[in-house]
Design a binder for this molecule. Structure first.
Ligand SMILES: Cc1cc2nc3c(=O)[nH]c(=O)nc-3n(C[C@H](O)[C@H](O)[C@H](O)COP(=O)(O)OP(=O)(O)OC[C@H]3O[C@@H](n4cnc5c(N)ncnc54)[C@H](O)[C@@H]3O)c2cc1C
Length: 432
């Protein structure tokens, strides 16, 4: 079955919602798809503890409720080519066609390996927040949050709201860098007030800088951690450890479509112009896949992409100053939370790097690229398809992440045999 939309948006986070609503406001038939059951993406993820209060702005939920935007829930892109996507939902597979494709697939956490990081009870920082919002019980648990960036504060606040006893927040950046970051926030008043709100919610919780988790200790689950901070090494008992070293753009889909990438620190992001056009005609990108800039940058880029997709030139122009202002915030963020080389060298030779396929770091010695390492050791061949280990090894300076080939996610065999998509493939529309 094939369906056609004037504008098709992948990802229903702040960028995708904003893009879909902007395009729909000019009368386009807009499809908005997301692997999740609800709109909101990472930052507006539904919280089971607040079932009656959605954090998604009303303008966006209204557009979906009134069917100005058609939301395709639990729909995942498994393969793509310009103008056509092969998607899978709970019912089966479909091809979706469009003249204007807007990619807003967001970012994921950078997880860096350290001894004990695969023990049950160790999660990402944003990962802990997502689990808590989905109902993972945290009440009464002793939680340590560590890694880097403002997401640590949001994760700690969520954990506390869900009843956890947060023992401390350990930021790898130096105190003077964090202080300078905070002092510069007056230029983005909404960020400054968000930071103040979070600090108030976290009153009484110790925030340590230059502090790194060296190892997680335990048998069947994490029982304690060893920290290296300004006052030396110490062990702390805990039930949950949440560690995230910032975010990195989800560029697999744009990459598969042939969109040009550029470096965003140690990681690639999608290159766009000031209308959010990628290097591929008819393909736009918005939000964190274009660089880590937070929710407000995602919303403004999304609106620009949505207007640009329907040729609303004046509306695109009107948003340029807001776009630049938010990009300045992204640069401010990156400058002050750069990763210390210490956190890139925490794994010892026995530490599992590829947690899907149980590949220890020493097994990768002697390989100079991701493909040869994968063929010989199965590193990156598991369910996450190298999203975790590939990004970590790239950050650690081992070798660049290998290309991801379709299917981008585990898919049903019936989906891969989809006849419409195969027809597109055979007619040369799709090259995979
Ligand atoms: C785990 C995590 C927690 C975060 N928590 C916060 C927070 O509390 N506060 C904060 O200010 N910022 C938070 N952030 C940062 C946040 O990502 C951004 O500020 C903001 O949500 C970015 O918006 P976006 O629309 O670019 O991407 P996202 O919000 O990430 O939305 C992207 C969407 O695309 C969908 N998607 C991706 N690939 C596919 C595919 N192949 N097929 C179908 N759908 C797909 C995803 O399901 C997701 O819903 C968090 C980030 C992460 C990774």
């Amino acid at each position: 079955m094939t369906e056609r939309y004037d504008v098709l948006v992948v990802g229903a986070g702040p960028a995708g919602l904003s893009a879909a609503c902007a395009a729909a406001s000019r009368g386009a038939r807009v499809g908005l798809l997301d692997a999740q059951a609800r709109v909101g993406g990472q930052v507006w993820r539904h919280d089971v503890a607040r079932a009656d209060a959605s954090s998604v702005p009303r303008a966006f939920t209204r557009a979906i409720a009134r069917a100005w935007v058609e939301f395709l829930a639990q729909t995942q892109v498994v393969a793509a080519a310009p103008g056509v996507l092969l998607v899978e939902d709970t019912q089966g597979a479909r091809s979706l066609q469009t003249d204007a494709l807007i990619l807003a697939t967001g970012a994921r956490e950078l997880m860096l390996p350290f001894p004990g990081w695969t023990l049950p009870g160790v999660t990402g920082a944003g990962g802990l927040q997502a689990l808590a919002k989905q109902g993972w019980p945290l009440a009464g648990k002793r939680v340590v949050i560590a890694g880097s960036g403002p997401l640590l504060l949001a994760a700690a606040a969520s954990a506390r709201r869900h009843g956890a006893k947060v023992l401390g927040i350990h930021e790898q950046a130096r105190a003077d860098m964090v202080f300078r970051f905070a002092c510069g926030l007056w230029r983005w008043p909404s960020k400054a007030s968000q930071a103040l709100r979070l600090r108030a919610q976290l009153a009484g919780i110790r925030y340590s800088c230059s502090s790194v988790v060296l190892r997680a200790l335990g048998d069947d689950r994490v029982r304690a951690i060893e920290l290296d901070g300004p006052t030396g090494r110490q062990q702390t008992e805990c039930d949950v450890l949440a560690v995230g070293y910032g975010l990195l753009p989800n560029v697999e889909l744009p990459q598969a479509l042939g969109c040009k990438l550029e470096n965003d620190g140690a990681h690639p992001r999608v290159r766009t112009d000031d209308r959010q056009c990628t290097s591929v005609t008819g393909v736009f990108a918005a939000g964190e896949i274009c660089g880590i800039g937070g929710r407000d940058a995602a919303v403004v880029e999304g609106a620009i992409a949505g207007y640009a997709a329907v040729g609303a030139v004046a509306a695109v122009q009107a948003l340029q100053r807001r776009r630049q202002h938010q990009h300045a915030f992204a640069a401010h963020l990156q400058r002050h939370f750069a990763l210390d080389s210490r956190v890139l060298a925490l794994a010892d030779p026995e530490t599992l790097v590829c947690r899907c396929e149980d590949v220890p770091l020493h097994a990768l010695d002697g390989y100079i690229d991701a493909r040869s390492a994968k063929l010989a050791t199965r590193c990156g061949m598991g369910a996450c398809q190298g999203r975790i280990c590939g990004s970590a090894l790239e950050a650690m300076g081992r070798f660049p992440r290998g290309d991801l080939r379709p299917p981008f996610f585990p898919a049903r065999l019936a989906t891969l045999g989809d006849t419409d998509f195969s027809a597109d493939l055979n007619s040369g529309v799709v090259s995979s």
